[in-house]
Each structure stands twice: as C-alpha cells, then as structure tokens.
Design a protein around this ligand. Sequence first.
Ligand SMILES: NC(=O)c1ccc[n+]([C@@H]2O[C@H](COP(=O)([O-])OP(=O)(O)OC[C@H]3O[C@@H](n4cnc5c(N)ncnc54)[C@H](O)[C@@H]3O)[C@@H](O)[C@H]2O)c1
Length: 258
Amino acid sequence: MRFDGKVGLVTGAASGIGRATAIGFAQRGGSVIVADYSGTRARSVAEEIAAAGGKAEAVKADVTVEADFRAAVDLACSKFGRLDFLHNNAYSYPKGIAGSAIGDTADETWQHHLNVGITAVMRGTRAALAVMLKQKSGTIVNTASISGVLADYRNAPYNAVKAAVINFTRVVALEYAGDGIRCNCVCPGVTETPPIQVMLGRPDARKAAQESIPMRRLGRPEEIANVVLFLASELSSFVTGAAIVADGGQTLHTRNFF
Ligand SMILES: NC(=O)c1ccc[n+]([C@@H]2O[C@H](COP(=O)([O-])OP(=O)(O)OC[C@H]3O[C@@H](n4cnc5c(N)ncnc54)[C@H](O)[C@@H]3O)[C@@H](O)[C@H]2O)c1
C-alpha cells in the first residue's frame, strides 16, 4: 500500500486515530495536512513526520468553523497541488459535561455533537468534493463508531451522530460513484486513545471493557488507521459506501449466555 504523489488531509490529526492515520499515510509516501484545533499539537505531529523523512504541513483548524476547513483544503492545494484523501475524524465531547439520559440532555450538548460530529463532516466533504470533482478522483474516509451501529447508555447525541455519519457516507458514495470519488467509513470499537485512557482510568472500567471484547483487549490507534488507509488506497478501489467495523469482535455477540 503506497501513497506516492498523493495528498491527504486528516482532521483531528494531533492525537489518537487521526495522528496514526497521518503518520501511516506519510510513511507510505503521501504528503499530509495535519489539521487540528490544537495548532501546537498539530505542529508537533507534522514535525515528527518530517523528522522521519515524510512530507507534512500542520494547520490549526477547527472543523466546526467552515472557513477553517476550507483553508485546510486550500492549503493542501497550494502546498501540495491537489487533494486525494480526506479523513473526517475530529471529535470532542463538550468540556466538563458528563453523559446523560435523553431526558436530561441539554440542547447545547446536543448541538455540540451535531456541529462537530456531522455538520463538520458534511462541510468538509463539500469542500473536498469541489477539488476532487475537478480531479475526477479522490477518497473520503469518515470515522464513525460502533456507537453508530448499536446503542449505549447516556450517550444519545454521540449514538445519533455516528449513525448519521454511516448513512451520510452511503449518500456521498452513491452520489459521486460515477465521478471517480469513493467514500467509506470505519466503525472503531474501544481504542487506546487519550480520551479513552481517561475514561478507563476509573476503577474496574478497563477490566469491564476488555471483558466485553472477545479479543480481550482494546484496539490500538494504528489498527484503526490501517483500515482507514486501506479505504484510502487503491487496494479498496471497488469499495464505496462501506462501514467497516474494527472492534475485536465486540459487536458480534448478544451478551446472552443461556
Ligand atoms: N477511541 C475510541 O475508542 C473511538 C471509538 C470509536 C470512534 N472513535 C472516533 O475516532 C475519532 C478520533 O477519536 P480519538 O479517540 O482518536 O480521539 P483523540 O481525542 O485522541 O483525537 C481527536 C482529535 O480531534 C481534535 N479535535 C476535537 N475537536 C476538534 C475540532 N472541532 N476541530 C479540529 N480538531 C478537533 C482533538 O484536538 C484531538 O487531537 C473520533 O471521531 C471518535 O468519535 C474513537
């Protein structure tokens, strides 16, 4: 799997799954825009890629600000001349707000999730399509979640938004299949990234998570990035509109033990 001559833009690339995707894309010859709303952390990932001999450019971009997203796409074109791959991946929960049942969910919490989780994906896709349609080629990969396939407790906005990402992916795939543009998503299970490490810091939480996964371990960011990169690459040239689950088997079972 090589990306020589290809240009990618990864959002939320300063950490976790996005960071692993940006590094993996560059390691395989691609040039990558490392976009994150933390400019400092984005720069340090770009420097890490450059130190290893790869091509990367950092940009401070909040995906919920349309002008920022457009500027990131423009940077790919001005710096590297094209855009072959967009990874819509950035996400954050509202700061300091714990999960809640639907009856206790505030409008502002709901709106935060819609903004970062699906509106940003639509706007980023629209900006990338403008370039990819001219090229007559491109691949878009969205980070959905197993939480878009099944339901959690006290996580309704995230469940709704990630389900929306899966069906939005299908619509993009359908509408642009004739234009040389593919769109797919990955549905990660529990993966060792900083926000999950914080959540699993609670007593017994890690043990419970591992026990719910048939492989008895969490995913590594690189294992999710590998799926994203496969979907970005020519190896998946006949795949579009797919939602690939990477969860160590977590969604395989009913949890009935009779
Ligand atoms: N880690 C998991 O277990 C898991 C499971 C399923 C899905 N996911 C999804 O994977 C994606 C990446 O999550 P992660 O676990 O790597 O998290 P992470 O916190 O390690 O990385 C997310 C990055 O997004 C950036 N970000 C947040 N809001 C942003 C915004 N508005 N604009 C630009 N950048 C922003 C953050 O600064 C951070 O660097 C998310 O879409 C998440 O929903 C993660």
